[in-house]
Ligand binder design. Structure first.
Ligand SMILES: Cc1cc2nc3c(=O)[nH]c(=O)nc-3n(C[C@H](O)[C@H](O)[C@H](O)COP(=O)(O)OP(=O)(O)OC[C@H]3O[C@@H](n4cnc5c(N)ncnc54)[C@H](O)[C@@H]3O)c2cc1C
Length: 379
């Protein structure tokens, strides 16, 4: 970590611990999202870390962004997720949007005034995203969207939505991407999901009933929706991986503190070699995940995103988050299972990291596909 990154993380960490942390147990129990916390993160310049300064971003590297996400997720995985999804929307607009689309939609997102959301999944099409059924029918001056999106992070709190809908035939080539705004006629919100974790991050259905979207809000062109959706994916996966590292690091920190202070059999429980080996393995998993995440982030910084590495980082870091948070609950024993200590919350928040941005089975599919390409000429 360089001096700039150290200073950035120290300042951000102070804000997160002083302002967000004291509310997390309560807000997790109530499922309460606070816009003022998100705006507060925006004031630290972390709502649009990697976006160019021209559009209000901080113009920093992807590795800087990973440190930022790690720091936020040590206090709150859901707020880190809100930042990461909104950032993914910004990256998509920046990469595929026209000049006027960028000028119109990016500034409120990079400043943290508004939140962005990404709507690809539907009830019958999650991993098989190209099977989506939401339609966009061409009419004069624009398109009419009809269909329902499922499990959309920040549904209801976001203002700008990137929505994938079918303008053509079956499969990926028939999909287009649209910019839809909260308040557009024919766009409403369905049920809010009751979830195991990510309680302070709303997840909702989006309903489109003859929702008119003007031609100027089509991204890139008809049939380019999958290019848009998949273009953001490598970055999105590394962001989720960085959140996994932060989540696991917090669990390790809590487990270490507790194991050094808790006495059983007239000694601290840390002094039992059974626990030392467990904690050593936890630290090893966290550090090796961080290295893989930074390696994948570096490939993005060098404009050569390595999809295999991005999938490996997502797979490793999120499996680590699940394993390390589960082990942290074990280290704390009975109190680890109660809301008196935060480790059970981090364990619940870790689980869905293995599911979003492509499940961890899908990451293995991606890795295997790359391996086949690399090795098939040896066969
Ligand atoms: C809290 C939360 C937030 C979310 N946020 C968003 C969002 O903001 N935007 C959005 O578009 N979506 C979002 N999603 C949806 C998420 O991306 C999907 O849940 C995910 O892609 C998996 O799809 P699915 O749930 O339909 O599972 P399925 O695709 O039905 O998979 C079920 C099981 O089958 C396995 N499987 C499927 N295909 C294969 C295969 N080829 N090989 C091996 N195993 C396979 C999966 O790994 C999984 O274990 C969110 C989901 C949750 C729970």
């Amino acid at each position: 970590m360089n001096d700039f990154q150290k200073e950035l993380c120290q300042n951000l960490s102070k804000y997160c611990w002083d302002t967000i942390e004291p509310h997390m147990e309560h807000d997790d129990a109530e499922g309460k999202f606070r816009m003022e916390f998100f705006k507060g993160l925006g004031d630290y310049g972390v709502a649009g870390v990697t976006l160019p300064e021209e559009y209000g971003g901080a113009g920093l590297s992807y590795i800087d962004y990973c440190y930022v996400l790690e720091e936020i997720s040590k206090v709150s995985v859901p707020y880190a997720v809100t930042v990461s999804v909104s950032s993914m929307v910004q990256s998509i607009l920046n990469e595929y949007g026209s000049k006027s689309q960028k000028e119109k939609f990016l500034l409120p997102l990079t400043s943290g005034e508004e939140i962005g959301a990404f709507a690809l999944s539907e009830s019958h099409s999650g991993s098989d995203a190209a099977a989506l059924k939401t339609t966009a029918r061409k009419v004069e001056g624009g398109y009419l969207l009809n269909g329902t999106k499922m499990w959309i992070t920040s549904g209801g709190i976001a203002k700008t939505y990137i929505v994938m809908a079918r303008t053509g035939g079956e499969g990926a080539k028939g999909v287009s991407a649209f910019i839809v705004r909260d308040g557009d006629k024919g766009f409403s919100f369905g049920k809010a999901e009751k979830k195991m974790g990510w309680k302070t991050s709303p997840t909702r259905e989006l309903i489109f009933e003859n929702c008119f979207v003007a031609d100027e809000n089509l991204l890139l062109g008809e049939g380019k929706g999958f290019t848009v959706a998949m273009g953001g994916l490598d970055r999105g996966r590394v962001a989720i991986a960085a959140i996994g590292v932060g989540c696991a690091q917090r669990a390790l920190d809590e487990a270490m503190k507790y194991s050094l202070s808790r006495q059983q059999f007239k000694q601290s429980i840390f002094d039992f070699q059974g626990l030392q080996f467990m904690l050593a393995d936890m630290a090893l998993e966290v550090e090796s995940s961080r290295l893989l995440v930074h390696s994948a982030a570096s490939s993005i910084d060098h404009s050569k995103p390595n999809s295999k590495l991005c999938s490996m980082a997502k797979l490793k870091a999120t499996d680590t988050a699940m394993k390390v948070t589960t082990d942290a609950v074990q280290v704390l024993g009975g109190v680890g299972y109660t809301a008196e200590y935060p480790v059970e919350r981090f364990m619940r928040d870790a689980k869905v990291l293995q599911i979003v941005e492509g499940t961890n089975q899908i990451q293995r599919v991606v890795i295997a596909r790359h391996l086949k390409k690399e090795y098939e000429h040896h066969a």
